[in-house]
Design a protein around this ligand. Sequence first.
Ligand code: R5P
Length: 297
Amino acid sequence: MTGPLMIPLPGNEAQAAAIAQEGGWDEGRLDTRRFPDGETYLRVLSEVKDREVALVCTLVHPDDAALRLLFAADAIRSLGAREVTLVAPYLAYMRQDRRFHEGEAVTSLTFARLLSGAFDRLVTVDPHLHRHPSLALLYSIPATALHAASLMAEWIRAEVPYPLLIGPDEESSQWVSDIAGRIGAPWTTFRKERRGDRSVDLTPPDLSAWTGHQPVLVDDIASSGRTLVKAASLLPLLGFPPPVCVVVHPIFADASFRDLAAVTSRVVSTDAIEHPSNAIPLAPLIAAHLASLSRTA
Ligand code: R5P
C-alpha cells in the first residue's frame, strides 16, 4: 500500500488511527517514556526504512511535546525513512510572530526553524496566520495549511437554522466570511482590544438587521476562552439568544470551557485537539491531502 506510515506521538493515537483508516494506510508505533531524571526514552517499533512516515502530533502543549517530537523525527530519519512529515492538526507558537516589546523572543520564527530542521514537510489545519499571511514566510520546508471551513460550514448548515455568523474580532473575518459564503448566511465581526493574556474588550457592530437569527460565534482558537466568553455574554444584551460556538482549536485552558458553556447554547469544535466539544472530525480532510501528496510523489 503506498502512502505514509502513520505514527502517533502519545495522546494522538485516535487521530492517527482515524487518518490511517481514511487513507487505508498502515499504523506504526513508538515506545516512549520518561527516565527517573526526567529525560525522554524513545524507540521506534515499526520498520520505517525507505518508507514515507507521518508523525501525528497536535501541538496543544508544545513545550511538553516538542523535544520528544524532535527526537522521534531524528530517529526515524536516521533509521532510513524516505520522508518524514509532521501532521500537527494544531500548530503552536503562531501568535508571537513579532517583537511587540523590546527584547522579546519571536517564538514563531524559532519554533518554525526547529521544526523545519527536523521534518521534510508540515501539514496543519487553520494555523493562526495573521501578520504572516503564509506558512512559507515562517517555515523553510513545504508547509500546508488545510482549512476546516467546509467541514464547519456543513456542521452549521445541518445543525443551526437561520444562522448569523459572528467573528469575535476583525482577524476572524478570513474564516467567518469563508464559512458564511458556503452556506449563504450573513456574517459580521466584533472589534477586539486585548488588555492582557486573559482580558479582552469587545465592541459589537449594529446587529439590528439580523434580529431573529441564531448567532453562531466562529473562531480559530479558544485559548483562555475570554474572547468567546465576552462575545457570548454580549449577545443576549443585544436581544439575541445565547449563541452557538464553533471553534477549530479547542484549547480551553483552565475552567474556560465551563465558563463558555454557561453563556452559550452549544459549543462544538473540530478534533484538532481532543476535547469533549469535538463534533467535527478532521481525518477526512487530512487524509485526502496526504493521499494527494503520495499521488504526486
Ligand atoms: C485571536 O487572536 C485568535 O483568533 C483568538 O480569538 C484568540 O487566540 C482567542 O484567545 P483567548 O481564548 O485567550 O481569548
